[in-house]
Write a protein that binds this ligand. Structure first.
Ligand SMILES: [Zn+2]
Length: 119
């Protein structure tokens, strides 16, 4: 399990990308929350955007905890599964759009049956 070893609020010198969805999470000159974790003998900084932070608890409670924490892959799996969920579908689709991922076909895009025979 990754262990949180420091949490600081520095001012960014360069743009930082969200490690979950890939959008720009912090622009140069902005103050941001920088978390550093220790895992497998090395330390790494974790930066994610406000939108990904907002759905973290949903993803974390859904994901099977394999002891390696919640990474980008878990967010993607969650978003695919919940893309057309009545409660969280909007957040899931917003995540897929942010991360430039394909949104699975939903109920609104269903093709009518029998189209071929009408010609
Ligand atoms: Zn993000």
């Amino acid at each position: 399990m990754p262990e949180l070893i420091s949490e600081t609020r520095p001012v960014a010198r360069v743009d930082h990308y969200c490690l979950v969805c890939g959008c720009i999470a912090v622009r140069a000159g902005e103050q941001y929350l920088r978390r550093v974790y220790a895992f497998d003998g090395s330390a790494y900084a974790w930066i994610s955007c406000a939108e990904c932070d907002a759905i973290y608890s949903l993803v974390a409670s859904w994901a099977y905890d394999d002891g390696e924490g919640i990474g980008s892959d878990k967010y993607h799996e969650w978003a695919y599964e919940y893309a057309w969920d009545s409660d969280h579908g909007e957040a899931a689709r917003a995540f897929l759009r942010r991360s430039d991922s394909e949104i699975p076909e939903g109920p609104d895009h269903a093709q009518p049956l029998g189209r071929e025979s009408e010609r």
